[in-house]
Write a protein that binds this ligand. Sequence first.
Ligand code: NAP
Length: 249
Amino acid sequence: MKFDFSEKTILITGATRGIGMRLAEDLSLLGANLLLTGTNPVQIKDLNDLAIKKGLKRKYFCVDLQDRASMESFILALKSYSVIDGLVNNAGINRLNPVTDALESDWDDMVQVNLSAPFRLIKVLSASMIRNGYGRIVNIASIFSTISKERRAVYSATKFGLHGLTVGSSNDLARYNILVNTLSPGFVMTDLTRKNLSAIERAQLAEQVPIKRLAEVQDISNVAIFLLSDFNRYMTGQNIIVDGGFTNV
Ligand SMILES: NC(=O)c1ccc[n+]([C@@H]2O[C@H](COP(=O)([O-])OP(=O)(O)OC[C@H]3O[C@@H](n4cnc5c(N)ncnc54)[C@H](OP(=O)(O)O)[C@@H]3O)[C@@H](O)[C@H]2O)c1
């Protein structure tokens, strides 16, 4: 058994850092043609220049999933691709606040990025996936799509909702050989985690994880690759929790 993505085109949102970036690099090594997004125009230009210079099969788009106009022009650009085999709704934001203090604007932004953008991308890309009789969709949620914790009410609402989108979409799309799954990481060492948890909190948390460490981006990428591959033939509508056993303790 060998993963081979040389005939596949895959779109990953939020691929300029963290989990999305690791997954993009891994899929690139496996031959995929990649459509990738980030929000910083200067960085996107540099990454596209580098990709051309190195002859990499990838194109970066500058998209702010919070912004309706940015989203519209991205969707328009995507319509020029007749085949996109895989979609990873990875971009996500998490602003911590108790529900009593959560701002309306935080609710709106988190719903836009974590939930509305995945819905719109699934809706648009599933049309061509149906025509092609093939698709693999992975929604990156979180353990906070199954449990929650102080200051995560809004984040959890979006991630529980995202898994709801997975389940509902999987029911509509399975007959077309489009498989839709949620991948829910535990605590992963990325910018998001460094921003939200102090070094002491991260060390304490690692102690609570049965595997005794936080996840690395590679741990999440490995599972996403399976879900995006032809080796996933019969799994759809599931929430795959990759948390080192944390939610079982
Ligand atoms: N890290 C964890 O412990 C953890 C745990 C569970 C679940 N997750 C989930 O995993 C996913 C990736 O997390 P991560 O830790 O890898 O995140 P990260 O390191 O913070 O990277 C986030 C990515 O999303 C992009 N992004 C942020 N806001 C955006 C917006 N408004 N529009 C478009 N793109 C935007 C960023 O682009 P720029 O680089 O341009 O800002 C970046 O590429 C998220 O959905 C997150 O909720 C993470």
